[in-house]
Design a protein around this ligand. Structure first.
Ligand SMILES: Nc1nc2c(ncn2[C@@H]2O[C@H](COP(=O)(O)OP(=O)(O)OP(=O)(O)O)[C@@H](O)[C@H]2O)c(=O)[nH]1
Ligand SMILES: [Mg+2]
Length: 649
């Protein structure tokens, strides 16, 4: 299986990379070249590699075959249909399939009643007691199937209750929730399901999101604002027999097409092509029929036909279960899987590689800088001593004076270093006060209150506009602080290089741009979806707006949290090399002085001392060599060649 193999190769690469980095860190510790900050940093990097997840979402109107496609692509090995599929609505709640080894195999179900409160699913994820747990017996496919049926459970409630829970109740219209003969409305029993299941791909970090068709997406802020936009791949599924219907088009526009058709990882599947396998037609005629249908869908969605993948999920599943090669080929499932893995894995790997590389290189630069400084100072010391050969005590004394002056000069220069540190920490505090999560929490509360009191739409949207204005202001101020920190450090680096010969290069730049983009995205979404509704703030509208606001606020908070973390890493990265080198330089000066003093006092003979230092130099060079070897292993894994296995596959 294409996807499984590529994914396994990717996971293996990631594991090797993590091992390589852990090995590098271990070597630093053994050689006493690590410090608390570098340990923290590498620990962070390893944690990120471990937690690395790959999200794939399946989105469509109901009954297009999302669940069947998931079964066919991922679960055929279990010899049966795992997720329930049937005509009509089947998957009633968004369902995440993942594996978290902290918990036994199980299904977690969030009751639909939680929708009455304004908290989003992500918030409920922090309160396990709110979820119902159903254990999964993974050794029995029958028991598994039975347990998985929970995701299609529904219940009947009064129309008022249904409305209160955010369902649009209407009569007749096929697309809504309607009142039955008993005066009740059938709604999903669960709001969200998480299936914790030790499938090999899920174990490696794959997360699959199955969504229910019909409305659910539009009423769950987390899906709309977070799970779908952040998924690494979204598969939009159509059915060959229905083509692109009005409601398909609505789902496409609202959740995928929106600026995202060209976005990486967005794919369209035309399912159920077996409906076109007419025995009375030749294979060529059938092929032409499929191509025609693909072209028609492509036209409506405004995509090149090559971006639409015709498949039969059902026949693909049957073919895999029965090991029927001919049927599998006819189902065209392999083409979709191939495209999916090519779309998904290289892109993901590149992101992981880039993030890891920049962090690793920073650390490597610090250690190299340290070793280079040691070698340079040792050589200076050696040449100093060499010059003393055959000279009298007066010359030795003169030399001692020279080093002493140098040491004193450096120490008075240290005053400046301490001053820099203090300015640095003031600027850093300023930065975190703008970028801080506390101020954001305050702002969120004010906005929430303003919205609660709103009776007019204008007040609602004004509150939202103000929210984003304050956020932008905070980001702009943070950017200004970042700029100031950077120019100060640049000047300091230069000064220390010129005056004391420290090898500092120039400080790494930093930008909040990616978080600004995320905020842009959220604001744009609010503008187009929330601020355009009718002028009066009806209860239903207020409810929905508020729910979405909570999710928006949560996403902004996440962006801030990430920005904070990145800023911390950056601040350490620009301060640490200077700290290390200053400390190092200080030690070296002390050693030089000490060394000459001892010769002056005739405690050491010059020749012994020179021989000793030559040995130290040798050891240092060996250490430098060893560093390059340990780092080389990590660099090799980060090189384009070791990423290129996927092209070969
Ligand atoms: N003929 C044919 N039927 C299919 C195919 N894929 C799915 N089906 C059928 O279509 C129906 C709906 O499939 P599901 O997988 O439940 O669809 P879904 O998109 O998950 O629907 P919801 O869960 O209701 O949103 C089921 O009866 C499937 O057996 C296919 O490739 N060919
Ligand atoms: Mg389904």
């Amino acid at each position: 299986m294409m996807l499984a193999q590529q994914f396994a190769a990717y996971s293996a690469w990631r594991t090797q990379l993590a091992e390589g980095i852990a090995g590098f860190q271990g070597w630093l510790v053994d050689n006493e070249l690590a410090d608390a900050q570098s340990e923290m940093r590498v620990g962070h990097l390893l944690e990120r590699l471990r937690e690395d997840r790959l999200n794939v979402a399946f989105v469509a109107e109901f009954s297009r075959g999302k669940s069947e496609l998931i079964n066919a692509i991922f679960f055929a090995d279990y010899g049966d249909r795992m997720l329930p599929t049937s005509a009509g609505r089947t998957t009633m709640c968004p369902t995440e399939l993942l594996y978290d080894p902290e918990h036994p195999p199980r299904i977690e179900l969030l009751p639909i009643q939680t929708r009455a409160a304004n908290s989003s699913v992500s918030e409920y994820k922090r309160f396990p007691e709110q979820w119902q747990i159903v254990p999964l017996d993974i050794d029995s496919p029958d028991a598994m199937q039975l347990a998985l049926r929970h995701v299609s459970e529904s219940m009947r409630v009064s129309p008022e209750t249904a409305t209160r829970l955010g369902f649009q109740v209407n009569d007749g219209d096929d697309a809504g929730f309607h009142i039955g003969e008993d005066g009740q409305v059938e709604i999903p029993r669960w709001r969200h399901a998480i299936i914790n299941f030790p499938h090999p791909l899920l174990k490696q970090g794959l997360v699959i999101l199955d969504t229910p068709g019909l409305n659910a997406i539009g009423t769950e802020p987390e899906l709309t604002l977070s799970l779908l936009p952040n998924a690494h791949a979204v598969l939009f599924i159509l059915a060959a027999d229905t083509g692109v219907t009005q409601s398909d088009l609505a789902v496409w526009r609202d959740h995928i097409g929106d600026g995202g058709a060209s976005k990486r990882g967005r794919m369209v599947v035309m399912n159920k092509i077996d409906g076109l396998w007419d025995e009375l037609k030749t294979p060529e005629e059938i092929e032409a029929e499929i191509e025609r249908q693909v072209a028609s869908c492509a036209g409506i969605l405004d995509l090149p036909p090559t971006q639409i993948f015709p498949v039969s999920a059902q026949k693909g599943l049957v073919a895999k279960i029965n090991s029927d090669g001919a049927l599998l080929e006819k189902s065209r499932l392999a083409e979709l899987e191939f495209a999916l893995s090519n779309e998904l894995i290289p892109a993901k790997q590149e992101i992981v590689r880039d993030n890891t590389e920049s962090e690793f290189d920073d650390e490597l630069r610090r250690v190299r800088g340290l070793l280079d400084a040691r070698v340079a100072s040792l050589r200076e010391q050696l040449s100093e001593l060499n010059e003393l050969r055959g000279k009298n005590a007066g010359v030795v004394e003169y030399m001692m004076g020279k080093v002493r002056v140098e040491k004193e000069e450096f120490e008075s220069g240290l005053q400046r270093y301490y001053a820099v540190r203090s300015v640095f920490s003031t600027l850093t505090n300023n930065l975190f006060s703008h970028l801080g999560v506390d101020a954001l929490r305050q702002l969120t509360q004010t906005t929430r209150d303003a919205m609660l009191e709103a009776t007019f739409s204008k007040t609602l949207s004004d509150a939202m506009v103000n929210f984003f204005r304050c956020i932008r202001d905070a980001v702009a101020k943070s950017n200004a602080e970042i700029h100031e920190i950077l120019s100060m450090m640049d000047a300091v680096y230069k000064r220390f290089s010129v005056e004391h010969g420290l090898k500092l290069g120039s400080p790494a730049p930093f930008s909040l741009l990616r978080y600004e983009r995320e905020i842009d995205r959220l604001e744009r979404w609010c503008d187009t979806h929330l601020n355009t509704m009718s002028s009066l703030a009806t209860i239903a509208k207020k409810n929905l707006t508020q729910k979405f606001f909570e999710e928006v606020a949560l996403q902004v908070r996440r962006a801030f949290e990430h920005a904070n973390r990145d800023a911390e890493v950056w601040l350490r990265a620009i301060m640490a090399p200077m700290e290390t080198q200053v400390r190092e330089h200080q030690i070296q000066l002390k050693r030089r002085l000490e060394s000459i003093k001892r010769i002056h006092q005739a405690t050491d003979t010059l020749e012994d001392r020179i021989a000793e230092l030559a040995n130290v130099e040798k050891a240092l060079l060996q250490q430098t060599h060893a560093l390059e070897q340990v780092a080389g292993e990590v660099r090799r894994l980060l090189s384009p060649e070791s990423l290129s296995w996927q092209q070969a596959a």
